[in-house]
Design a protein around this ligand. Structure first.
Ligand code: ADP
Ligand code: MG
Length: 256
């Protein structure tokens, strides 16, 4: 559904994406993992057309995204940090998004708005919201237009445990409909039941991209957190650079 060919992106001297080629199939739920600064957000923003790569190509349903931006209406995006016009109320923001997308969606999905009970906060201005509530609004917008592709950049960060659980269930539900889901998280337990494939980025390079089945067979482990600990400690034997990362991986909530 989405292919990238030899993507490169530099910020000054820093190489954020290094020759990144990948093929993301519809129906998969891909956990994009890697330490801070490994290029996860940059990669996701390239797919969205929010960061323009220096070189390389991105195809969405076999069409070059540089030539046709309309593919974006098929993606629901939950940014790592959501930025919205401060003076709008939640209601106005949602109405504005509906207006912008008018004619581009067939059905609205307001399930999360109800599940988070956001209606009771509808008249509050965005600037007055706590970080967690802002995240809830971001989540509601990502799912609102029932898109076939979901790009979720650390979606549970900052959410209270109940809200995180609600969101995880929603992601599972959409996965069962066969949507393509790309998700980053440092909390491996959040990815546990969801993941079909793991893409591991390091210094802007794909260190590996494997199905969960392959990883299970390779490591003879069943739990995603244990699988990842194994794979990463194995990789660290080949190159020392992974070491600091592997040490922290045994913690339940890994901060990368
Ligand atoms: P991750 O999401 O994996 O933590 P990012 O994709 O946000 O990593 O960042 C990758 C690298 O690119 C980091 O070193 C970051 O500082 C740098 N970077 C990202 N966006 C910009 C930008 N707009 N300008 C300069 N450097 C950037
Ligand atoms: Mg990021």
């Amino acid at each position: 559904m989405i292919q990238t060919h030899a993507l490169n992106k530099t910020f000054g001297k820093l190489k954020a994406l290094d020759n990144l080629s990948i093929d993301l199939q519809a129906g998969s739920a891909i956990s994009l993992i890697g330490p801070n600064g490994s290029g996860k957000t940059t990669f996701l923003k390239c797919l969205l057309g929010m960061v323009i790569p220096d070189s390389g190509q991105i195809l969405f349903q076999n069409k070059d995204i540089a030539k046709d931006y309309t593919y974006r209406s098929q993606i629901g995006y939950m940014p790592q940090i959501g930025r919205y016009p401060d003076n709008l109320t939640i209601r106005q923001l949602i109405e504005m998004m509906k207006d912008i997308r008018k004619g581009m969606y067939s059905q609205l999905d307001e399930e999360l708005i109800h599940a988070f009970a956001l209606e009771s906060l509808f008249e509050k201005q965005m600037r007055t919201l706590s970080g967690g509530t802002r995240q809830k609004v971001s989540a509601c917008l990502a799912f609102l237009f029932n898109p076939p592709v979901l790009i979720l950049d650390e979606p549970t960060a900052g959410l209270d445990p109940l809200a995180a659980e609600i969101l995880k269930e929603k992601i599972q539900h959409e996965k069962r409909k066969g949507k393509l889901i790309l998700i980053t998280s440092h909390i491996f337990s959040d990815l546990e039941e969801l993941t079909t494939d793991v893409m591991y980025l390091m210094d802007g390079k794909v260190q590996f991209y494997k199905t969960l089945q392959e990883l299970k067979a390779e490591t003879r482990e069943d739990k995603l957190s244990r699988i990842l600990a194994r794979v990463m400690s194995r990789e660290s034997k080949d190159g020392q650079q992974l070491k600091p990362f592997t040490q922290s991986i045994h913690q339940q909530r890994v901060i990368m």
